[in-house]
Write a protein that binds this ligand. Structure first.
Ligand code: PXP
Length: 249
């Protein structure tokens, strides 16, 4: 029996905004989705304000901060413009992510190794404002050491490579999972709070929830997709159940 504490679920509502933006206008409203996800058992809300505003926009961030009664995790690129918005928004947490205009989604972890000089002022300024800073990184020991060097208190391990391999039934899934397991153990040894996310579904969330060092999972695309068929409340409840099951297996 795993005696690790309850694993937090952060629901990423970006793709509610993607759907809204497909037509312009105001519906479906990401704020309504956030409130529904929280009522269904999410512990926090995650939203990524991209440079190109392809889904979440500035007003969404402002409304989320003003209206939800739970931690808001603001995903952002390490740019001056985003820093300025984050400092005005004052979310509970900021997760620094790499961003490329041409990518469909966040394809890999931050270039934290070698990028320390660029990232350090962002970690410092956000931390000074009382915002908990997380770095979205590949599950590698080098990236973890670099996160410690710039005094980031939290890392989020990119689970995309594992989820992609697992979905295709590829042999490399076991190797990818071993990387995640080793990185979670090392993060805890280094005193980092450890989160994970990207590409998770019920099955992969259930498996990864068993890693006792993990404190939070951030999950979006799958939950919003499932919501089309079963409703958002039901998809969040099923995810919560899968995570609890995995944690206590
Ligand atoms: N965590 C981070 C840092 C992300 O950038 C994303 C995608 O925006 C997620 C978690 C959620 O990934 P997915 O939408 O694939 O569940």
């Amino acid at each position: 029996m795993n005696s690790a504490p309850k694993l937090r679920l952060g629901v990423n509502i970006d793709h509610v905004a993607t759907l809204r933006n497909a037509r312009g206008g105001a519906v479906p409203d990401p704020l309504r989705a956030a409130q529904m996800a929280l009522a269904a058992g999410a512990d926090g809300i995650t939203a990524h304000l991209r440079e190109d505003r392809r889904h979440i926009n500035d007003d969404d961030m402002r409304r989320l901060k003003a209206s939800i009664d739970a931690p808001l995790n603001f995903e952002m690129a390490a740019t001056e413009q985003m820093l300025d918005i984050a400092l005005k928004t004052r979310p509970h947490a900021c997760c620094l992510v790499p961003e490329k205009r041409t990518e469909r989604t966040t394809e890999g972890g931050l270039d934290v190794v070698g990028g320390e000089q660029h990232l350090l002022p962002f970690v410092n300024e956000l931390s000074r404002a009382g915002i908990r800073v997380s770095l979205f990184i590949e599950p590698s020991f080098e990236a973890l050491a670099a996160a410690v060097a710039i005094r980031a208190p939290v890392v989020e391990l990119h689970t995309g490579a594992w989820c992609n391999a697992a979905a295709l039934g590829q042999d490399e899934a076991a190797a990818e999972f071993a990387r995640l397991r080793a990185a979670a153990t090392e993060a805890a040894r280094l005193g980092l709070e450890c989160h994970a996310g990207h590409g998770l579904d019920y099955q992969t969330a259930r498996i990864i929830a068993a890693l006792p060092e993990l404190v939070e999972l951030n999950i979006g695309h799958f939950l919003i997709g499932e919501a089309i068929f079963v409703g958002l409340e039901a998809s969040v409840r099923s995810m919560r159940a899968a995570m609890d099951e995995g944690r206590h297996a």
